[in-house]
Ligand binder design. Structure first.
Ligand code: FES
Length: 119
């Protein structure tokens, strides 16, 4: 299977990348995709190994965010939130912090402890 074919299956069709920020840092992600899938686009070596159900059940994908129109989203599931140009991600769940640590802290020399096990 070619890499292009893999992307077609993994991501909803997109023609361009849009800008979002995660804790103040800008990133380009594919339009027309849920935020968790965009996190996977940015961190393909870690997000697939997170404990995500991708279906509103586990709650491990929670974030807080501000939409481009200024609307605050204090607790939202990134597996159900469509990414949009200018979306600001403020807080990340412990699972997302773990999976996005290297992306958000490229110069870090220490790896934080993993999130606690599921209850
Ligand atoms: S990934 Fe499980 S609720 Fe979003």
């Amino acid at each position: 299977m070619s890499e292009d074919r893999f992307e077609i299956l993994l991501y909803r069709p997109y023609e361009k990348l849009i800008q979002i920020t995660i804790q103040g840092k800008p990133f380009a992600v594919p339009e027309n995709n849920m935020l968790l899938r965009c996190f996977q686009f940015l961190a393909p070596d870690t997000i697939p190994y997170g404990r995500y159900c991708w279906n509103e059940e586990c709650q491990y994908c929670r974030v807080s965010a501000i939409k481009p129109d200024g609307m605050a989203l204090p607790q939202v599931l990134s597996c159900k939130l469509m990414a949009e140009e200018g979306l600001e991600i403020l807080e990340l769940s412990a699972e997302l912090k773990w999976n996005l640590h290297q992306l958000l802290n490229p110069d870090a020399t220490e790896i934080p402890p993993p999130p606690p096990p599921a209850e």
